[in-house]
Design a binder for this molecule. Structure first.
Ligand SMILES: [Zn+2]
Ligand SMILES: [Zn+2]
Length: 484
């Protein structure tokens, strides 16, 4: 029987209550920065003008309880305390110990099988003799940040930064109560990411070097923490890595492909054409990335970099392998959503792949399917809601419903093409990925990329399709299945 994959969740799916709860009293600290040049102000509250540009620190005449209000600030939670509380919560350390011993057994019994992030090459190296995880009590985390609109109509955004502990079993790892909320920024647009993440990197460098002392199994135990990767959608990723936006030249963090400017409608856009092996651009590595970062500025970019990223200061962190392509935004909310719009949207009615006039039948077929109990409920009615499908619904559509619902309606060449994506992603989402599966997924996703350019207007073949076709399999080898 088909296996049901876990619901697709971003770490950002927390409620506001939890988000603001951590701001209580002594749980958080506020760091002020200059609104004009983003320089962070020193702790001393008497410094009220920016050393760099003379910009003001406080809002004029605006005080709460006689305290001056900062023009701009980041709010940081006490990560050490959250970690300590979490590790000491009932059942958590037992789960970590159980999971760790299973990982070790698995690596001996099935050295090439990938079932979780802990089977990826990065984790295996950390576990080997002399590695960071060779010491039994150390743990690793995964980072995530994304902008959330405060109200659906407002431009005010919240940018929380979250961490999840990789050693927890998946159901506990992504549970709301076990996610570390490290900081929040609120404002219009995006936070000045390098300054915002800079302070967090110092916190995590300390957790990497000195660690924290936690009472585990009635014993004071020192636990060190290492960040191994971060996931973000493409715009957030460009901001975090201090790179050109995804529609700019050399905007891929895994390779130096410049892409190509092509005509789209009345304007132009950048696509990333398929390339044969001997025609591919070089892959990036840590040395080359840090060299480019250190020598570039926003006005003189080098290979897509606009200057240093805060992540360069994160100890023992490898930027290229630690910045995997984000499956939820890239595949589901990116490519799958884009293809549904192509097939169903009235503006495409002159295209070969347009089947929007059959939406009723497709919808009826889907509603007649009775999924087994182990699966989450059906996506909402397709005809009414496909433009608002959430990631979990798009995943169900990609993996289970699209092919039988579109069979005999979508021209065969497009249906077969979509089947490549469906099968390739299905394999990379499994919690039992063999070497053989990886090679097969690599072949079919590369074919998906190659044919995409021929079947759809070339302007649609952007960085998301490039990542699926060229980089997903590599990142699965490094960091485990897509869901992890
Ligand atoms: Zn300033
Ligand atoms: Zn690339």
């Amino acid at each position: 029987m088909q296996k049901a994959f876990p619901a697709c969740k971003s770490l950002g799916n927390l409620n506001y209550e939890k988000l603001w709860g951590f701001l209580d009293a002594d749980f958080a600290s506020e760091v002020h920065y200059c609104e004009k040049c983003y320089r962070v102000f020193p702790n001393n509250p008497d410094v009220d003008t920016c050393r760099e540009c003379g910009g003001p620190r406080y809002k004029a005449g605006n005080t709460i309880n006689r305290a001056k209000q900062a023009c701009a600030s980041f709010v940081y939670a006490n990560v050490e305390r959250q970690l300590k509380n979490l590790l000491q919560s009932p059942g958590i350390w037992d789960d970590i110990k159980r999971n760790k011993s299973q990982i070790l057994e698995r690596h001996v019994d099935t050295p090439h099988l990938i079932t979780d992030i802990t089977d990826g090459r990065i984790y295996r190296e950390l576990l080997s003799e002399g590695g960071f995880l060779y010491h039994n009590c150390n743990i690793t985390v995964l980072m995530n940040t994304d902008g959330l609109s405060l109200y659906s109509s407002s431009k005010v955004q919240l940018w929380p930064v979250f961490f999840a502990i990789n050693e927890l079993s998946p159901s506990l790892r992504f549970a709301r109560e076990n996610i570390i909320l490290a900081s929040i920024w609120q404002g219009k647009g995006k936070p000045p990411m390098q300054q915002y993440l800079g302070s967090l990197c110092s916190v995590f460098n300390n957790l990497y070097d000195a660690g924290i002392v936690v009472e585990l199994d009635n014993k004071e135990t020192s636990v060190k923490v290492k960040v191994i990767c971060g996931t973000y959608d493409l715009p957030a990723k460009a901001a975090v890595l201090n790179m050109t936006q995804y529609n700019g030249s050399e905007s891929c963090i895994a390779c130096e492909d410049p892409g190509k400017v092509v005509k789209q409608g009345k304007g132009h856009c950048r696509n990333f054409p398929f390339r044969e092996n001997n025609d591919k651009y070089p892959e990036r590595n840590q040395d080359n990335v840090s060299l480019c970062m250190l020598n570039s500025t926003p006005n003189s970019r080098i290979k897509g970099f606009r200057g240093e990223s805060a992540l360069l200061k994160l100890k023992d962190f490898t930027i290229v392998s630690g910045s995997p392509s984000d499956y939820m935004h890239g595949t589901l909310l990116g490519v799958v959503k884009c293809l549904m719009n192509k097939w169903f949207s009235a503006t495409e009615s002159k295209s070969n792949y347009f089947v929007g006039n059959h939406l009723k039948i497709i919808s009826k077929r889907m509603n007649s399917i009775q999924p087994p109990q182990c699966m989450k409920r059906l996506p909402r009615d397709l005809e009414q809601n496909y433009t608002h499908f959430k990631a979990t619904e798009l995943q169900a559509w990609l993996l289970y419903y699209a092919l039988p619902c579109l069979c005999g309606i979508l021209p065969e060449i497009y249906l077969h093409h979509f089947a490549l994506l469906s099968e390739g992603i299905y394999m990379l989402l499994s919690d039992h990925i063999t070497n053989e599966n990886l090679r097969r997924a690599e072949g079919i996703l590369s074919k998906f990329f190659q044919d995409f350019c021929d079947l759809y207007p070339q302007g649609n073949c952007g960085l998301n399709v490039h990542n699926i076709g060229f980089h997903y399999v590599d990142y699965v080898q490094l960091l485990g299945p897509l869901w992890a």
